[in-house]
Design a protein around this ligand. Sequence first.
Ligand SMILES: [Zn+2]
Length: 85
Amino acid sequence: MTPRQSRKAFQKAIAKERKKNRVVHVRLEHDDWCGVFSGSECHCNPVRCILDQDLKVKHKFYNCGFYDGVSFAAEHEGGFKDDTR
Ligand SMILES: [Zn+2]
């Protein structure tokens, strides 16, 4: 799959879980050398994991490309709720 296809698959999987009114957790697994660990931007190709409410990994998506928080939020606008409120 191309990164674009992988991202689409990831988004579809989240949408599907949300339709079932389930809590969806997302975990990004960056490489050790990724810039996010030194206060910079992501320049690795993190694995995107979707976890259920018990934090068990349900889906893993490889090769989605860099993680960019801004476009990530836009892709999922209205899709994520801040549960710390
Ligand atoms: Zn990264």
